[in-house]
Design a protein. Structure first.
Ligand code: AMP
Ligand code: MN
Ligand code: MN
Ligand code: MN
Length: 284
């Protein structure tokens, strides 16, 4: 079911495979009229994406997906409509990227201890000088023939408790939301159903997020099942949160997410993008 709005996508500026401009061209061809680029802990693809969107007459939001350590687990917070030049945001993301660089070396070391050398060098090469993600390590391990596909690699090597996993020391929830607000953006919890939280813990996350100034959750996500949607729509309404939609697209050859190929938002939801469309109209 195609959707004309996609507010969660990745480019080669983080762990996606398309250059930011290529991503925008593909999104335009897929019928998307409002797109956000939300790379992991990085905003430097936004400018190229924005200028391509302008040439195509497509609406574009600068975005980011910030890694957060909350309750000893990793949570992702999306910033939408951010000023990507904002100093506070830039400095915050720099801190997360600093941890990322250290973690990549440590992941390489741990894999080597398990008899798999060369992971750090290969992942860095695949990242091409940009941020190193677990996705880059996953590609290396698949190339080595250690697992059949990326999903299996995560299962056996890269998820918590496995040989190559290094626990997160990312930003706090409050920091990430504060950086997004400092950059005039709107904070949204990415793919809340993927964390497999108990109802009580999810409630606690939402309350803490709202107290920090967070405004929305992804009700529709490429990382969710169809059954998650009504449940998340109800939660959003109960907590007065706006609803977002995003494919979490990374790679045209990888099937878990397709640009814009996500279900529609249930009608009772308050769409997070409404404010951006209104802002654009007021400017005209
Ligand atoms: P990182 O931020 O470097 O820890 O990497 C997280 C990224 O790894 C996510 O954004 C996904 O792109 C990817 N990822 C996480 N879990 C899986 C999985 N089970 N299968 C495929 N990709 C995954
Ligand atoms: Mn990713
Ligand atoms: Mn994510
Ligand atoms: Mn993502």
């Amino acid at each position: 079911m195609p959707h004309s709005i996609d507010l969660h996508t990745h480019s080669a500026a983080s762990d996606g495979v398309l250059a930011p401009g290529e991503l925008v061209v593909r999104a335009h061809r897929a019928g998307i009229s409002l797109l956000a680029l939300t790379d992991h802990d990085e905003v430097n693809g936004c400018e190229e994406a924005h200028s391509t969107a302008l040439t195509l007459g497509m609406r574009f939001l600068h975005g980011v997906e910030i890694s957060v350590t909350w309750s000893a687990m990793t949570i992702h917070i999306i910033g939408l409509g951010i000023d990507s030049d904002n100093r506070e945001l830039q400095q915050g993301l720099e801190k997360n990227r600093h941890f990322r660089s250290w973690r990549a070396v440590e992941m390489g070391r741990r894999l080597e201890k398990r008899g798999i050398p060369g992971g750090y060098e290969a992942a860095s090469r695949l990242a091409g000088g940009r941020i190193v993600s677990r996705t880059h390590f996953a590609k290396f391990l698949v190339e080595k023939g250690l697992a059949s596909d990326v999903r299996a690699v995560f299962q056996h090597y890269l998820k918590p408790g496995k040989a190559g996993y290094v626990s997160g020391q990312w930003a706090t929830l409050e920091e990430a939301v504060a950086w997004i607000l400092a950059a005039n953006g709107v904070a949204v919890i990415a793919h809340p159903a993927r964390y497999r939280l108990t109802a009580g813990k999810l409630r606690r996350l939402l309350q803490q997020f709202i107290a920090a100034g967070g405004a929305g959750i992804e009700v529709v996500s490429g990382g969710h099942c169809e059954q998650d949607i009504p449940h998340l729509a109800t939660l959003a309404k109960r907590h007065g949160l706006q609803a977002s939609v995003g494919s979490d697209f990374h790679d045209p050859d990888y099937s878990w997410s397709r640009l814009g190929m996500i279900p529609q938002l249930p009608p009772e939801c308050d769409p997070v993008w409404q404010q951006f469309l209104e802002k654009a109209e007021n400017r005209v």
